[in-house]
Every structure is written in structure tokens, then in C-alpha cells.
Design a protein around this ligand. Structure first.
Ligand SMILES: Nc1ncnc2c1ncn2[C@@H]1O[C@H](COP(=O)(O)OP(=O)(O)OP(=O)(O)O)[C@@H](O)[C@H]1O
Length: 267
């Protein structure tokens, strides 16, 4: 098998005295679609931020293509948050062109001449793909929640990331709209050959979208010091088509069984 795209070895994260994550050991290969589930506050977003480069691991090693994860975001890693992060004073089209501008000319975000024409053409193509081709001239306040999230996804994808990080991107959307967004994200994943990490609170969504599902949980608890231990990945489940078909059964087993990755005293 090829070299892992991301390799985490005994990764831990602390904020002051609080241990958030500990002993995270995973390899991720290009093209995987990882979904992350776990209790609120257990460190899922923190793990995404470490891949984005806005947070650094406190212990262990986190590698991207065999080299230490850069300490800042880069064009190879895009992110979409639950709260719509678009520029309110720009049209839909200009929002996506600007995202490319900040990538290519980060200080001013301004593009000129051929670069600008290319960015416009690419932006129109990606907006067509996310279903906003009819709304190029609208402003964000004229869009529904689902449309704003499509716009945020288009902003991330126009930068041609290898890795797309999705932090509960559909959490604020109605169930019917979420189904459309699922189809969109699977389409983008395939056509742009992305590696996706997606945090969700919806186990069903995690099984439906992912090729692999991670459960974050604490394996050690100290009732006297609740923040003394951090969460690890306690289940690392490959999701096959059969897995999707027998979702109810897997959900039942997850609730009833013990973690498949027991805690090991490794250095
Ligand atoms: N910059 C920070 N400084 C101090 N503590 C932080 C910081 N960022 C996050 N935390 C803490 O780290 C813990 C994990 O936060 P994180 O957002 O990663 O959890 P999460 O699993 O994504 O939660 P949720 O599902 O609610 O979004 C929380 O207790 C949070 O308060």
C-alpha cells in the first residue's frame, strides 16, 4: 500500500492542565472518507484543527506526506464549519473568486488579468457543481442555510485542496436539505479525489457517508480529576456497503459492546 497521507503516532493535545486527546494512533490514505463521532467536547474539532494547522499536537508525531504537519493552514487543506463563513458584502461569485484570491495573492486577495479570468471561470464551474449556478449574483443574506453551506463548500473546493475538513457542516440544516448535501459531498469527494474528515453528531450520517468511522472516547476516567485523561479513537471501523445496509445492527452492537481498541500502556 502507498505511504499514508496522514500518520498520527501517539498524538496528544493538552490545554494547560486539561488533557483533551491522548495516544491517537492512525494512518490515513489518500481517498479515504473518515467520519468522526463522539461526545461533545471530546476533541473532534481539535483533531481537525491539528490537521488544518491552526493547532499543534502537544505530544507524539503528526505527519502529512511523511513530513511534520505544517504549523499553519495551507492550500492542500480546506475547511468548512457549521456556521456559514462567507463574506456578507460579496456576491456568491465574488465570494468564491475571493477564496481563490486569498490563496494565490494572500496579502490583498486581489487577482488581475488572466489569473482573475481563470478564477472566475473556475468559480462558475464549481458553483454549477454545487448547485448555485443560478445564484451567482445573489448576496449571502439572500440565500437559504443550505445554499450558504454550498457556497462555503465551493470556497473550500476552488482552492483545490487534497484534504477537506468538514466540522459538522450540515448540523444546522433541515433533514431534507441534509440529504441533498450528502449527495453533493459524495459527488465532490469522487470528482475531486478528496480525502475527507468530517465531524458529525449523527451516527447514521457517519456510517452513510464515510468509508471509515472513528469514535472518540475516553478510556481512562478519574472521577476526582475529570480532565486528567483525554480521549482516544476507541473504535476505528471500516464502513463497507454491507455496513451501510446493516446500520441498525451496527448501532446496536456499538451501544452494547466494549471498545475494540483496548487501552494499552505504550510509552
Ligand atoms: N483554545 C482552547 N483553549 C482551551 N481549551 C480549548 C480550546 N479549544 C478547545 N478547548 C477545549 O477542548 C475540548 C475539546 O474541544 P473540541 O471543540 O475539540 O470538542 P468537540 O469534540 O469537537 O466538541 P463538539 O462536539 O461539542 O463540537 C473542550 O473541552 C474545549 O473546551
Amino acid at each position: 500500500m502507498s505511504e499514508p497521507l496522514i500518520q498520527a503516532t501517539n498524538v496528544g493535545k493538552t490545554y494547560g492542565q486539561d488533557v483533551i486527546l491522548e495516544r491517537v494512533n492512525v494512518d490515513v490514505h489518500q481517498g479515504e472518507f473518515i467520519t468522526l463521532v463522539g461526545a461533545s467536547g471530546c476533541g473532534k474539532s481539535t483533531f481537525l484543527k491539528m490537521i488544518l494547522g491552526t493547532e499543534q499536537s502537544s505530544t507524539g508525531s503528526l505527519l502529512l506526506n511523511g513530513k511534520p504537519m505544517p504549523n499553519e493552514p495551507g492550500p492542500d487543506r480546506g475547511i468548512v464549519f457549521q456556521q456559514y463563513s462567507v463574506f456578507p458584502h460579496m456576491t456568491v461569485l465574488d465570494n468564491v473568486v475571493a477564496a481563490r484570491g486569498f490563496q494565490k495573492a494572500s496579502l490583498t486577495g486581489l487577482l488581475f488579468g488572466r489569473q482573475k479570468r481563470q478564477a472566475r471561470d473556475d468559480a462558475i464551474a464549481i458553483l454549477e457543481q454545487v448547485g448555485l449556478g443560478h445564484a451567482l449574483k445573489r448576496y449571502p443574506h439572500e440565500l437559504s442555510g443550505g445554499m450558504k453551506q454550498r457556497l462555503a463548500i465551493a470556497q473550500a473546493v476552488i482552492c483545490k485542496p487534497k484534504i477537506l475538513l468538514l466540522d459538522e457542516p450540515f448540523g444546522a440544516l433541515d433533514p431534507g436539505i441534509r440529504a441533498d448535501m450528502h449527495a453533493l459531498i459524495l459527488d465532490l469527494w469522487k470528482t475531486h479525489k478528496l480525502t475527507i474528515f468530517m465531524v458529525t453528531h449523527d451516527l447514521k450520517e457517519g456510517f452513510y457517508l464515510g468509508t471509515r468511522l472513528w469514535v472518540f472516547d475516553k478510556l481512562r476516567h478519574d472521577p476526582q480529576a475529570p480532565n486528567a485523561y483525554g480521549a482516544s479513537i476507541t473504535y476505528d471501523l471500516p464502513v463497507s456497503q454491507e455496513g451501510r445496509d446493516t446500520l441498525d445492527e451496527i448501532t446496536r452492537q456499538l451501544g452494547a459492546s466494549r471498545p475494540t481498541i483496548p487501552y494499552k500502556e505504550t510509552a
